[in-house]
Ligand binder design. Structure first.
Ligand SMILES: Nc1ncnc2c1ncn2[C@@H]1O[C@H](COP(=O)(O)OP(=O)(O)OP(=O)(O)O)[C@@H](O)[C@H]1O
Length: 315
């Protein structure tokens, strides 16, 4: 199947702050970032705090000009973008950036009036369950309500590409579900969606493509399948018929974490994330033998994005 068209590409993007003339010198925040995003796909940027995700998004949107490298957004240089390009792009910032004294109904109606063919406000209110607070000034809204207004504001102009910086932060589980359902709808409509999140399980469920940043570089890139199933490393799951002591866990040959079931009670399921070779497996059975544990069940499964994330973070 041919891949959908690219809507955003960053090639060898570097971004530095400071100056070679100042005592503090030049500080490189991005040290060669490469990734692409496509129409009809969700591209997720992951990375620990300070990895450079927001800076990379700012370069992608044209808010920051890279010191080196190239950014193409809908085929153009976003830093030189004119109003026509900006109208095709939606941006939701991490802290909302909404005017505080305005009511969401007024704000969103105003934004809609700036576009020739805006998204139906009623539809957005319905999809994001915002009816109850449309007449409340933004400053009186809860963090989660503000998030939803900011998301609606980024979409009202029917953009072709949308940037969402942590769209689900501060949302209760129900609102989060709605936001993720809306993101899936945007994907079905063919928008290019670029988002950052710290919620790895949701990234795993939503992402068509993932780029993991660390210290200003993309250290892993690919589909969730490509990142989690490298054909070798697997998760080993086992059910322990009794509780495991702290000392027993500390003696495990690789990190063993609780994966489900009752918290470290008889019947709990445990996972070892990095089983790559028969020797790794032998080390596990040796450990079970040394602590006199006969697992009730043993199975393998592909690693999760969370396993990959921890591996990258620890490297
Ligand atoms: N103008 C600036 N001057 C100096 N340092 C900066 C500047 N902008 C960002 N930084 C630093 O660059 C690093 C990357 O910041 P950035 O906000 O892009 O990270 P992030 O991955 O989005 O983090 P988070 O997950 O916390 O949102 C951080 O260490 C930050 O303090």
């Amino acid at each position: 199947m041919p891949q959908p068209p690219v809507c955003l590409s960053l090639s060898h993007v570097r971004y530095a702050v400071g100056s070679t003339r100042s005592a503090a010198g030049l500080h490189e925040i991005l040290r060669g970032v490469d990734f692409t995003a496509r129409h009809g796909e969700v591209t997720v940027l992951l990375g620990p705090n300070g990895a450079g995700k927001t800076t990379a998004l700012s370069c992608a949107q044209g808010l920051l000009r890279p010191s080196q490298g190239t950014v193409r957004l809908l085929g153009e240089d976003p830093h030189r973008a004119d109003a026509a390009l900006r109208a095709r792009v939606g941006v939701m910032l991490q802290d909302g950036g909404l005017p505080q004294s305005v009511r969401p109904a007024v704000l969103l109606r105003h934004l809609a009036s700036l576009h020739r063919d805006p998204w139906s406000l009623e539809d957005l209110i319905d999809r994001l369950d915002m009816a109850d607070f449309m007449q409340t000034a933004v400053r009186r809204l809860s963090g989660g309500q503000r998030q939803r207004v900011a998301l609606a504001a980024s979409l009202i102009g029917r953009p072709e590409v949308v940037f969402l910086d942590e769209p689900s932060s501060g949302l209760d589980p129900q609102s989060r579900q709605r936001v993720f359902a809306l993101i899936e709808h945007l994907r079905d409509l063919g928008l290019g969606i670029v988002l950052t999140t710290h919620l790895l399980e949701e990234a795993q469920n939503l992402a068509d493509a993932v780029a993991i940043l660390k210290d200003g570089e993309v250290v892993r890139r690919g589909t969730v399948e490509e990142l989690t199933d490298d054909g070798r490393r697997r998760r080993l799951l086992f059910v322990a018929p009794r509780t495991l002591t702290r000392d027993e866990l500390a003696a495990a040959p690789t990190e063993v974490t609780l994966d489900g079931g009752p918290a470290n009670a008889p019947g709990a399921r445990w996972a070892a994330a990095a089983i790559a070779t028969p020797e790794d497996l032998a080390a596990m059975t040796h450990w079970w033998s040394s602590i006199d544990l006969m697992p009730a069940e043993v199975s393998f499964e592909a690693r999760t994005l969370e396993d990959v994330f921890w591996e990258v973070s620890a490297a």
